[in-house]
Design a protein around this ligand. Structure first.
Ligand SMILES: C[S@@+](CC[C@H](N)C(=O)[O-])C[C@H]1O[C@@H](n2cnc3c(N)ncnc32)[C@H](O)[C@@H]1O
Length: 236
């Protein structure tokens, strides 16, 4: 694989999820025409699926390299993705590491006027479509038997113990970790590795026994850190 196979609908979602994929002209149009027109018109009609597929693949392959060493152990079988978008990272993981089972928790709507800020516990922004997500994964070498998608708003989340939990630019980047804390305690063991992006890495020293900073992102909106956490501390 050196590019993703994507539909027009997926291209739109991908650009909303990863705004860096929009070319400078599209970003300029977003600035002068506003977020509503960008979200609802520009991204529906003015995207090249080929270019988006190529650029998204490159970005996700680079993201994979930032976590590869932490996840590659063959005993890691059950992967949970929180806010994984259409699932480009998991498609790359699948093409590099064999025989994994992927669980996804996502949302099934697109906000009318997306603001890429900190939503705290309100957590009202989303830009995905779980039907398109499944299509994307099937079109990019994942087998149906490996794919388990859960809609966060349906309240029925998967209840098994995961080996790896990944949330890039989503958990504690756009919305508060607390929303998921109880759930994550339930579905992890002492060994589960939880990887996510945050601007408050130190805060997690009170929550986990192990917190490692994998890297610092200087070119994202929030200048976040990617952290790897494991082994929840008991609650006081
Ligand atoms: C900035 S995008 C990042 C997507 C992907 N992780 C990536 O790195 O390309 C944030 C994603 O989080 C999703 N999201 C928002 N709230 C969520 C929630 N409570 N649970 C799971 N996903 C959520 C959005 O729909 C969106 O796909």
């Amino acid at each position: 694989m050196n590019s993703f196979e994507i539909s027009k609908k997926a291209a739109r979602l991908i650009v909303l999820q990863r705004i860096e994929i929009a070319n400078p002209l599209l970003k300029y149009l977003r600035k002068i025409l506003g977020r509503y027109i960008f979200t609802n018109i520009i991204t529906k009609f003015f995207l090249s699926t080929q270019k988006v597929g190529k650029k998204y693949f490159k970005i996700m392959s680079d993201e994979f390299l930032t976590i590869k060493d932490q996840i590659k152990n063959e005993n890691n079988k059950f992967f949970l993705s929180i806010g994984g978008g259409v699932g480009g990272l998991e498609a790359v993981i699948n093409s590099n590491l064999n025989n994994k089972n992927f669980y996804f928790i996502e949302r099934n709507f697109i906000s009318k006027k997306i603001k890429y800020g900190w939503g705290g516990s309100l957590n009202s922004e989303a830009y995905n479509d779980v039907f398109e997500q499944k299509n994307f994964l099937l079109n990019n070498e994942m087998k149906s038997s490996q794919i388990n998608i859960f809609d966060y708003d349906n309240n029925k989340l998967p209840k098994l113990k995961f080996d790896i939990i990944i949330s890039l630019l989503s958990l504690d980047y756009h919305y508060d970790f607390n929303i998921y804390e109880e759930y994550l305690r339930e579905v992890s063991t002492q060994k589960t590795k939880i990887i996510f992006d945050t601007i408050r890495a130190d805060y997690f020293n009170d929550i986990f026994k192990n917190v490692h900073i994998l890297n610092t992102q200087v070119d994202t909106v929030h200048k976040s850190k990617r952290i790897l956490c494991s082994d929840f501390k008991d609650k006081l």
